[in-house]
Design a protein around this ligand. Sequence first.
Ligand code: NGS
Length: 370
Amino acid sequence: MRKRLIPLISLFTLLTILVYAVLYYNIHFPIRTIFAENRTNSKYQEIIINVNNRTIINVNNRTERNKEDIMKTLKNAALTSMIVSYNKKENCKMEKLVGRSVVNLNNVKLDWLHENELQFVRQGGWYAPTECRERQTAAIIIPFRNREPHLPIFLRQLHPLLKRQQLHYRIFVIEQTDNSQFNRGKLINVGFNISREFFPYNCFVFHDVDLVPEDDRIDYGCKHSPTHLTVSIDVRGYKLTYAKYFGGAEMFTKDDYEKVNGYSNSFWYWGGEDDNLLVRTKQNNMRIHRQSVDIARYTAIKHTPSTERLPIAEKEKFRFKAGPYNKRDGLNTLQYELTYVKEHPLYTHFKVNLCKERDRLYGVLHKFED
Ligand code: NGS
């Protein structure tokens, strides 16, 4: 009888310990990560609280802004005691960088990427470190039209890079849907306008989708502003395309971009808008920063070049003539209509009608109409 009891008691004790351990774990450590993204704007105001990667609270159109408000919201949801890491004390350090890497140019599907390589990205294409205070909050703005196959290749490289740099960032794809010529500068202005309302980002990166960074030491956190990122591109022999080249990918703090009045809205063809932006920065006594050609390296995804080009003579005239107009052609005269907003798993997608007909009132385009 005693012989039989001993294993039974042992089993019972073991089970009790196990049950207690599970309960203890659940009671005391029910939530290990919590992160709140607070978008402080009237249009898109919402607070999303993610617990263990699940969105548990998503408050639309409310005015909660600070920790106390979030606490209140959580209290209402009987979860107050569960905040364990909202207060991020330490500043994040840029660490575990891998340096130069080979860009994977294989075609890949967005769904596959999300499931297999980019699970850390949150719905809408954002990420923020949870264990420490992010180095910077950055909006990545991608002007877009007819470049669907490039997007997954680009995101595959950019998301992990931005995560390693400990940034709180979101990727915004701004797609032109009207039938006018492509207007990169104006699309970027729209992206800036939308994203600065979406969340109080400090840093804004304007990025062509066909230029993929080869090195995670390229700083996407507005260490300097303005910065020209795409210094050396493979198809240009890894040299600066030309001394005054300011295209491809550029980065500004919010204040600096507002100071230059953004891009001109009037460059309705491929090319020129970036040269004009350089003029704007010079007019505001800003100096362009660049990292070295050995670090700021990019791979260009191959595609047929745009045929929407102005005759070169017109373009030159246009680019330099635009100088005096810079104060009344840009962020302060931006006209557009949003037609679509969607948070995809790896990016936030905006479609926009750039309303060219309205622009002719403000810009300089009317002098060079097609
Ligand atoms: C210049 C364009 C820029 C453009 C640059 C690089 O000619 O907008 O080429 O071109 N300026 C004008 O058209 C006035 S690229 O290397 O991407 O083919 O960024």
